[in-house]
Write a protein that binds this ligand. Structure first.
Ligand SMILES: *[C@@H]1O[C@H](CO)[C@@H](O)[C@H](O)[C@H]1NC(C)=O
Length: 218
């Protein structure tokens, strides 16, 4: 039945239905981009912390961090576009085709991502602490009173929302990959940034910021 529908779909320009098409290379390209991004920014940020190569190249910690921010933002845009292309080349799986739920999740995710960027600023969002640009105090308000890592979980929600909007099984699987990558990133980043802030706080000071973990990026 799927086959007949798909032949019609080809003729009428409607989209195919089916569970998933794992033979599409675009699926693996998107999976690669999703894995690459957090690995990339963690390697670069730790290298910067160790050698200050971006600070030296761009003349100051702030310019170095802006350069990294632009790069991370750009590879994020590329990843999102590869994700969308991958979904377009997948069949629709009707039980997962939930456009209304998709829109709600996507918007919720974007509110979390954009509001945390607003709360943190550019250097707070894009790993400024690795450049020695530390936050003066922990950001406690929205969206950090809803979740510890609003960038990451907001981004994950946006991926899931997109998958359900288009009704693609592959999108849900790629979202699972996003989730696992961000979970791993948090495990890797949090102890390191905690140590950066602990060093700062090594002098006797009034308040602890060792849980300073809100420089997440989408
Ligand atoms: C989070 O803080 C905002 C104000 O910054 C407040 O309006 C909201 O109710 C708070 N949410 C929770 C879950 O505490």
């Amino acid at each position: 039945m799927d086959k007949i529908q798909n032949i019609f779909a080809g003729l009428t320009g409607q989209e195919k239905t089916g569970f998933m098409d794992s033979s599409q290379p675009s699926l693996y390209v998107a999976a690669g981009a999703i894995a690459f991004n957090p690995i990339f920014w963690n390697i670069v940020a730790r290298q910067e912390h160790k050698t200050h190569f971006l600070t030296k190249t761009f003349g100051s910690p702030h310019y170095g961090c802006y350069a990294l921010a632009v790069t991370i933002f750009a590879i994020g845009v590329i990843r999102d576009s590869l994700y969308k292309t991958a979904l377009e080349q997948q069949p629709i799986y009707p039980p997962l085709h939930q456009p209304e739920v998709g829109v709600v999740l996507f918007l919720t995710g974007n509110v979390l991502v954009l509001s945390s960027m607003w709360a943190l600023g550019v250097t707070g969002t894009y790993l400024g602490d690795y450049f020695g640009i530390l936050m003066d105090h922990k950001v406690e308000g929205f969206p950090f009173n809803v979740t510890d890592a609003p960038m990451y979980w907001g981004s994950t929600l946006s991926f899931l929302g997109t998958a359900l909007y288009y009704g693609r099984t592959a999108g849900v699987l790629l979202t699972l990959e996003v989730f696992v990558m961000y979970l791993g990133a948090l495990r890797f980043e949090d102890p390191f940034t905690a140590a950066i802030y602990a060093k700062k706080e090594a002098r006797p000071v009034t308040r602890s910021m060792t849980k300073q973990k809100e420089r997440k990026k989408a």
